[in-house]
Write a protein that binds this ligand. Structure first.
Ligand SMILES: Cc1cc2nc3c(=O)[nH]c(=O)nc-3n(C[C@H](O)[C@H](O)[C@H](O)COP(=O)(O)O)c2cc1C
Length: 352
């Protein structure tokens, strides 16, 4: 069959008829008035290049080796605790999509599992997520500090074995801890705790913030340590300092609310990381990044990954959570849309 005829048949159906044509045309007329885009809405971050690519396949958007494993999509489900009742459902749903779409997953805080197996099965997602993608446990820097002080780092090693994870994400959250009514106080700087941890263990370690990001000096110090990756946990999305203030009394909330507004966006942090790589060159040991915190969709993820001059993927917490608490079908649909969007962005958008 001639090319022209094939295209005509695709458009019209094999019979040559186009049964939806008249309703589609009517939709177009009705909706065109609703679909006006103003010039000041333009997303100025990209060049749109419609000439240079065919429609992309979306089953493998951009395979990447990250944290020593092969991922089918450069996406990370950022650590989230779901409370005791919901943890199992949320973690199971998240693990299913990570397996199906080849994404990495960080568990929420596993603190309560250090000495008690009651909730272990809610976090034991390795059989669901499979062996192929990175799957990490999570603990706060406050627990790391106390376990070092008590000489009990062995408890972490046992926990990682029970969960069959590839390593540990350590969240560093001094502002949140301080503002949390029942929060911990750090006796050592987080960089000192992490350095001491690294001296004593051999598993992979990722370090993250929880929604305020990190400034250039913290990044510079971290990037010179033998950690496997830095997750930004940047400002612009869920903010745990703010969340803790809502849990405290009104006077504290009024006095300290401005502290929830300090921090660094993912875009700020991409800039710092690029500058530090340029400045320090070979002295940088940590060379992988999970760009997360306020990354609202694939288009932001694509933009930030393109801007980063290092190996990076993007992560979302609340974006996935919204659907993970609902149903696996909704979570699948959301994830699939992210991946399709990413493939489309890769084909037709170039970062300025
Ligand atoms: C419900 C919820 C629970 C979270 N629990 C943890 C946690 O246990 N450990 C951690 O490192 N971060 C935790 N986070 C922080 C996220 O991993 C992430 O850094 C932060 O939400 C910013 O990402 P987002 O803007 O995509 O939500 C949690 C976030 C949410 C929304």
């Amino acid at each position: 069959m001639e090319d022209k005829q094939i295209h005509r048949n695709i458009e019209m159906g094999e019979s040559g008829e186009d049964p939806t044509a008249s309703s589609r045309k009517k939709d177009h007329i009705d909706l065109s008035f609703k679909s006006q885009v103003l010039k000041d809405m333009q997303d100025k971050r990209f060049y749109y290049e419609p000439m240079l690519a065919k429609h992309p396949a979306t089953d493998t958007v951009s395979e990447i080796t990250f944290l020593g494993k092969k991922m089918k999509a450069p996406l990370w489900v950022s650590s989230m605790t779901g409370g005791t009742e919901l943890a199992n459902k949320i973690n199971t749903n998240l693990a299913i999509v990570c397996k199906e779409y080849g994404m990495g997953m960080g568990l929420g805080s596993c603190r309560k599992l250090l000495t008690d197996n009651t909730y272990l099965k809610d976090f034991q997602m390795r059989p669901i997520v499979g062996e192929e993608v990175p799957f990490y446990a999570n603990l706060g820097i406050a627990q790391i500090e106390s376990l070092i002080a008590e000489g009990k780092l062995g408890l972490i090693e046992e926990l990682l074995k029970r969960l069959e994870v590839d390593g540990l994400v350590v969240h560093v959250n001094p502002m949140q801890e301080w503002l949390q009514p029942e929060g911990d106080r750090f006796a050592m700087s987080p960089i000192e705790s992490i350095t001491r941890l690294l001296d004593q263990v051999s598993y992979k370690i990722v370090v993250k913030e929880v929604g305020q990001g990190m400034g250039p000096e913290s990044l510079k110090a971290l990037m010179q340590l033998p950690i496997s990756a830095i997750e930004f946990g940047a400002m612009g999305g869920t903010n745990f300092s703010k969340l803790e203030l809502y849990r405290g009394d009104t006077m504290r909330e009024e006095i300290f609310s401005n502290l929830a507004l300090v921090g660094h966006t993912a875009e700020d942090m991409v800039g710092y990381v690029n500058a530090i790589h340029e400045e320090l060159g070979d002295k940088v040991i940590c060379k992988e990044y999970i760009i997360s915190g306020g990354v609202k969709s694939f288009i932001d993820g694509y933009y930030l990954m393109s801007k980063l001059n290092a190996r990076g993927i993007y992560g979302q917490a609340s974006g996935f959570l919204k659907y993970a608490v609902e149903s696996i079908d909704e979570l699948r649909a959301y994830t699939e849309a992210q991946i399709q969007g990413l493939a489309l962005a890769k084909a037709y958008l170039r970062v300025k």
